[in-house]
Design a protein around this ligand. Structure first.
Ligand SMILES: Cc1cc2nc3c(=O)[nH]c(=O)nc-3n(C[C@H](O)[C@H](O)[C@H](O)COP(=O)(O)O)c2cc1C
Length: 330
């Protein structure tokens, strides 16, 4: 394991060794074992709160993570639905994570307004994830501790504007006074060094980590990510303004047809986008069906490796990148 090379506002805020966050992976992909591996390797990981059949299972997962990390800080991802009552649904999860002394939360989806006071009162650090800097300003006003900005290349939800990560990495630290984390297509240390040079405080990764040895998903999925170069990634659901970057498969093709036909009725999308299909794919390794979040960073996922080995590579590459820059200075 590499010693601390980079100290930023995010390493200080979260008490972590490296400015590397691994975003929540759903449905129930980033479990206690994976998140503990991320934390033990010196980063911050997030167990996805959504998708647990009941409160006890969620609580149990948090306890397992606490045990596997030997009591170190770890995080939970909370999805805030834009539909009425979305924030209410996560309040039960919040009660549990406060009880279980979770250190930080990655919020995503709708505005975190309804949940920030609860979390802050309990001393939990809140990082709100947005797909465009314009939304980060609102999160700052709500009192979050930092913002995560993901660009168009990201696996998952790149937002309706689909602005690239390199643009947002340069923009976000200029506009946002709080600690900034940049994601979307990140998988190397040279990108980490570049993002820090632009004024950000950390990176967040999702797709790059799908090949982590500690992730429970079927080995065939990991093999597919290793073989992929990112060109298998496609944005679907644009017709319903819920842009989603996923692996191009049968379901994605069917949804693209609906997008082309400008269908706006969700019921027509439902059979192709149900979370159960993706979960099934992660269990069986058959990736033909389901929305499997998948971004361009697959190009950097060249082998199945332990989280710590992935982090070591990233830190070494960041150090090389910084040396290259220093050598250019006249
Ligand atoms: C397989 C997978 C599942 C994901 N699931 C979620 C999720 O449930 N909630 C969430 O907020 N983000 C989710 N994301 C997004 C990641 O947390 C992270 O923001 C994103 O992957 C960063 O971009 P990258 O994929 O280019 O590294 C997922 C990403 C992947 C690759």
């Amino acid at each position: 394991m590499r010693p601390q090379l980079l100290k930023t506002r995010i390493t200080d805020l979260l008490g972590i060794r490296h400015p590397i966050l691994c975003g929540g992976l759903g449905p129930r992909v980033s479990d206690a074992r994976y998140v503990a591996a991320v934390v033990n390797a010196g980063g911050m990981g997030f167990i996805v709160g959504a998708g647990f059949p009941d409160a006890d299972e969620f609580r149990n997962e948090l306890r397992i993570c606490r045990e596997l990390t030997g009591g170190k800080n770890f995080g939970v991802n909370l999805y805030l639905s834009r539909q009425a009552g979305g924030a209410e649904r996560v309040k039960e999860q919040i009660r549990i994570l406060i009880d279980e002394k979770v250190a930080c939360v990655e919020t995503a989806g709708a505005s975190p307004e309804a949940v920030v006071p609860l979390l802050k009162e309990a001393g939990i650090k809140v990082l709100h994830k947005v797909p465009a800097v314009r939304y980060a300003h609102t999160a700052v006003r709500m009192g979050v501790d930092g913002v995560i900005v993901v660009g168009n290349e990201c696996g998952g939800h790149p937002g309706i504007y689909q602005i690239g990560s390199i643009v947002q990495a340069a923009q976000a630290p200029r506009e946002i006074g709080l600690p900034v984390v940049i994601g979307g297509g990140i998988g190397t240390g040279r990108q980490l060094a570049g993002v820090l040079a632009m004024g950000a405080d950390a990176v967040i990764m999702g797709t790059r980590m799908m090949v982590a040895d500690e992730l429970w998903i079927h080995p065939d999925i990991k093999a597919k990510v290793v073989a992929g170069d990112g060109s298998e990634s496609v944005v679907v659901k644009s017709a319903i303004r819920d842009h989603h970057r996923v692996l191009r498969n049968e379901s994605a093709e069917a949804v693209l047809e609906l997008d082309r036909a400008q269908v706006t009725e969700f019921e027509q999308f439902r059979p192709h986008v149900m979370g159960a299909l993706a979960h099934q794919a992660y269990v069986t390794g058959d990736t033909r069906k389901g929305m499997i979040d998948y971004g361009h960073a697959a190009i950097f996922a060249d082998a199945i490796k332990r989280v710590e080995a992935i982090f070591d590579e990233i830190i070494d590459d960041a150090a090389l990148a910084m040396n290259r820059l220093n050598a250019l200075v006249t």
